[in-house]
Design a binder for this molecule. Structure first.
Ligand code: CO8
Length: 260
């Protein structure tokens, strides 16, 4: 089996770095998400691990978001299982007791943007070729309510409304301006900056930071926890519609054509 995730845990600092390494673009497949969650759970249970930095081993891409092939031409059962794994990743990351920082060293559309927004802090490489945002409407699909809630919690209601409806992808400097990322730094300094930022987060007593994080995020988390099955049903009936499958096919063809 392949390894989609590599974890470097530094006992002396209590900080783990999780590298996403699923070529070519770290798309979030069922296997990837399962492995991601297993690794996350291990770190979460380890009392000596207080901080987590998530980054990419792939050049130019943080994560291309959900693996479209998991939603295209698949059975309702498969789609349901896939969606449960997406929910699990979001629930675990958004509620993590660790201080979490996304070191966004490449493009981060859709599910990649969602994953980075689950973190406490975001640092992005200043390369103008990279972009970040929830571009779902551009694919003819609709970001679910908990994607919407997460971006509202990050950038505020009006900015989120416009970004979601237009399916906007932002350059690093634009993302910084609207608060979608917290810091933009030269490409080769993303990880070191994340490590420096982490010391600030870990200087706060853990219990105070954790309870405060929970205060901020619990209402949003509870909404999905209490409606997981309905959300899966919703996703499956939406994504298996002929018209939506057609949109995905058109989008996939566009992705292939755009190459080279
Ligand atoms: N899923 C599956 N395959 C993908 C994905 C993806 N998300 N993204 C890229 N690929 C494939 C490409 O098709 C290509 O395949 P091949 O080599 O066979 O032609 C290969 O990966 C490499 O891609 P590129 O050549 O495009 O690589 P670049 O380095 O030029 O660009 C990007 C990288 C910027 C990440 C670019 O690939 C891109 O924009 N990808 C699409 C990103 C995207 O739109 N993702 C949206 C996914 S949907 C989602 O995450 C949330 C859905 C919520 C569901 C709601 C329903 C109710």
């Amino acid at each position: 089996t392949t390894t989609n995730i590599k974890v470097d845990f530094d006992q002396s600092t209590g900080v783990a770095v999780m590298y996403m390494q699923s070529p070519p673009v770290n798309s979030l497949s069922l296997d990837f998400l399962t492995e991601f969650c297993i690794n996350l759970e291990k770190l979460e249970m380890d009392k000596s691990c207080r901080g987590l930095i998530v980054t990419s081993s792939q050049p130019k891409v943080f994560s291309a978001g959900l693996d479209i092939m998991e939603m295209y031409g698949k059975s309702p059962e498969h789609c349901g299982e896939f969606w449960r794994a997406v929910q699990e990743m979001w629930l675990k990351m958004y509620s993590s007791n660790m201080a979490t920082i996304a070191a966004i060293n490449g493009s981060s559309p859709a599910g990649g943007c969602l994953m980075s927004m689950t973190c406490d802090y975001r640092i992005m490489a200043d390369n103008p070729r990279y972009s970040i945002g929830l571009n779902e409407t551009q694919l003819g699909i609709v970001a679910p309510f908990w994607f919407k809630d997460t971006i509202i919690n990050t950038v505020g209601h009006r900015t989120a409304e416009m970004a979601l409806e237009l399916g906007l992808l932002f350059s690093p400097s634009e993302a910084l301006k609207i608060g979608l990322v917290d810091q933009v730094v030269p490409e080769d300094q993303v990880l070191t900056t994340a490590t420096q930022a982490m010391t600030k987060w870990l200087a706060v007593p853990d219990h105070a930071r954790q309870i405060t994080k929970s205060l901020m995020r619990k209402p949003t988390l509870d909404k999905l926890t209490s409606s997981r099955e309905a959300d899966i049903q919703n996703f499956v009936s939406f994504i298996t519609k002929d018209s939506i499958q057609k949109s995905l096919r058109v989008y996939l063809e566009m992705l292939k054509k755009r190459k080279g």
